[in-house]
Ligand binder design. Structure first.
Ligand SMILES: Cc1cc2nc3c(=O)[nH]c(=O)nc-3n(C[C@H](O)[C@H](O)[C@H](O)COP(=O)(O)O)c2cc1C
Length: 205
């Protein structure tokens, strides 16, 4: 059983967190542990048609952000990874500086010290140098900085196509298999690469 911590903070893009929880629910042998900040709850209400109750219902376990005594606060809680999605600049700043004022930041800090995967879906634009420095700091501590930036090479037709593409990349980073993921398959059938002997070879997926 893989234990994945999901944290939602007050940046725009709450739908990414909700969608990640939906996909994780449908993957066998995954247990989700959810923490939601107060501003995530407010932002979800402001920008989405999903309710906070729906988001909470998707997780196996839900924690109060102010409960620093929760199991997630300790390295003895064996986690396989954590995703902060969306990640506000405020929470990025706290994580980058180990300012563990709430359970989200504490759980993230513990995830880093235990050398487990921490993905930060930082959402802000444009970025000033202070934001960039915070991302560098967090990256140096081991976090993966993965802003929810859309790709278009897979020809998305709907908003959900765009959201799913990004969320499936987060699953990749957690080494979990994404259901129905549309991957880049090269330029065309017969796309060739050069094999070790210098002879072109067709790669089948
Ligand atoms: C509708 C709305 C959208 C917001 N979007 C962002 C955003 O994209 N990035 C960001 O860093 N903060 C954003 N904020 C501000 C954060 O919610 C605010 O800084 C909050 O204190 C973050 O706290 P938290 O990290 O504990 O959730 C937004 C706030 C609202 C109400």
């Amino acid at each position: 059983m893989k234990k994945i911590i999901v944290a939602m903070t007050g940046a725009s893009g709450q739908i990414y967190g909700v969608r990640l929880l939906e996909l994780l629910r449908d993957i066998a042998d995954v247990q989700t542990h959810l923490i939601v900040s107060d501003w995530a709850k407010k932002t979800l209400e402001l920008e989405s048609d999903k309710s906070i109750d729906y988001a909470l219902s998707l997780a196996d376990c839900v924690y109060d952000i102010n409960n620093q005594a929760a199991t997630l606060s300790s390295g003895s809680f064996k986690r396989d990874g954590m995703v902060v999605v969306p990640c506000s600049i405020k929470t990025l700043s706290a994580i980058a500086n180990s300012y563990t004022e709430n359970l989200i930041v504490r759980a993230a800090d513990v995830t880093l010290k235990e050398r487990k995967r921490l993905i930060l879906a930082v959402r802000e634009s444009p970025l000033h140098p202070g934001h960039l420095r915070l991302m560098t700091l967090a990256g140096e501590a081991g976090a993966v900085i993965a802003p929810p930036v859309p790709a278009f090479y897979n020809h998305p037709e709907t908003l959900m196509d765009i959201i799913d593409h990004t969320v499936c990349r987060y699953l990749d980073l957690l080494e979990l298999d994404a259901p129905n993921d549309k991957r880049w398959r090269g330029l065309s059938v017969g796309d060739a690469t050069v094999a070790a002997g210098g002879r072109p070879q067709v790669c089948q997926e």
